[in-house]
Ligand binder design. Structure first.
Ligand SMILES: Cc1cc2nc3c(=O)[nH]c(=O)nc-3n(C[C@H](O)[C@H](O)[C@H](O)COP(=O)(O)O)c2cc1C
Length: 296
């Protein structure tokens, strides 16, 4: 059985997987490795310090792969002029998917649809999903409880089918997907793509320091804490990296704390090694096929 969906076929992916964008640690090496492995790799544009550095990074990527990649624009957390500069770079350098988070995607949708590009938008609830669907996004990333980064509160078992049934927009499953079994479960629950962040922290190419990767390998879900103390928005972190005496920081400075306070989700439970992305992707596909065969 071929592991694909209407959305993965539309994008020309080998597998229906996305390497989710991760602040500070997704990098251009992950974009090339993920694209060449046949999935959709994503990076926040802000991982480059300036619009010029972002354009240099994308030019470097485009010299190495012409396969689909995605760029994340964190709308509400980024000055509008930076958003526009990075959007212009995405349009100029053949980025087929922009992932929007923390804001209203309407203006981004208008510009990207005029150039036949797609917009995926992060949501944690039906209300958010309805708004983004009305804005015309091409898919909704349903970010469930247990996801790395800013995570929702609804169980993936409920969230994915809830949004898939209520909204006439493809759903992308996010939250604690680290194995092929979880891929199959997400597809069974109505998702068209699986969005994996934490699993790819423990990849050779990821920009996280070795100690961070090792903690992801060693941790269990009981080592993860869901708190708004770091950035003012609830997110999941490796508990041992969050100082006990933190007060919420809602300023842009709060974002800087992600450097020393390491985020990861409940998906750490199924991560037991750091591997090159190409190997991780093939592992996921093999496990998914084995799971399907077992169920059949
Ligand atoms: C370290 C880290 C940083 C993240 N940074 C971002 C970000 O900048 N923008 C964003 O939209 N999502 C961000 N996320 C969320 C991921 O894109 C994705 O939703 C999440 O990792 C999926 O859940 P999983 O980690 O359980 O696979 C981040 C997640 C992690 C673990």
């Amino acid at each position: 059985m071929k592991l694909d969906t209407p959305l993965s076929r539309k994008l020309g992916l080998k597998y229906p997987f996305v390497a989710a964008p991760m602040f500070l640690i997704s990098n251009k090496e992950m974009l090339v490795a993920g694209a060449e492995a046949g999935i959709l790799p994503c990076m926040p544009s802000l991982n480059a310090r300036t619009p010029e550095a972002f354009r240099e990074d994308l030019t470097w990527v485009r010299a190495r792969t012409d396969k689909p990649i995605g760029i994340n624009l964190t709308l509400g957390l980024t000055p509008p002029e930076r958003v526009q500069a990075d959007l212009d770079t995405c349009l100029a350098l053949d980025v087929p998917v922009v992932v929007t988070s923390y804001g209203d995607p309407t203006a981004v949708v208008r510009q990207l649809h005029a150039r036949q590009r797609l917009v995926f938008h992060d949501v944690i609830s039906l209300k958010h999903g309805q708004k983004a669907a009305a804005a015309g996004v091409d898919a909704l990333i349903a970010v469930a409880a247990g996801a790395g980064g800013h995570a929702g509160r609804v169980s993936p078992f409920a969230l994915f089918p809830w949004l898939a049934q209520a909204l006439n927009v493809p759903i992308i499953a996010a939250g604690a997907i680290s194995t092929g079994q979880q891929v199959v479960a997400s597809l069974a629950l109505g998702a068209q793509l699986c969005y994996l962040g934490t699993r790819f922290i423990a990849s050779t190419e990821c920009g996280a320091v070795d100690g961070y990767k090792q903690r992801v390998v060693d941790a269990t879900p009981e080592d993860i804490v869901y708190t708004d103390q770091v950035s003012g928005i609830h997110a999941n972190f490796l508990k041992s990296t969050v100082p006990a005496d933190f007060s919420p920081d809602r300023s842009p400075e709060g974002a800087k704390r992600w450097k020393d306070i390491w985020s990861a989700g409940h998906g750490v439970a199924q991560i037991d090694a750091v591997k090159p992305m190409a190997e991780l992707v093939e592992d996921l596909a093999r496990e998914a096929h084995d799971t399907l065969a077992r169920l059949a």
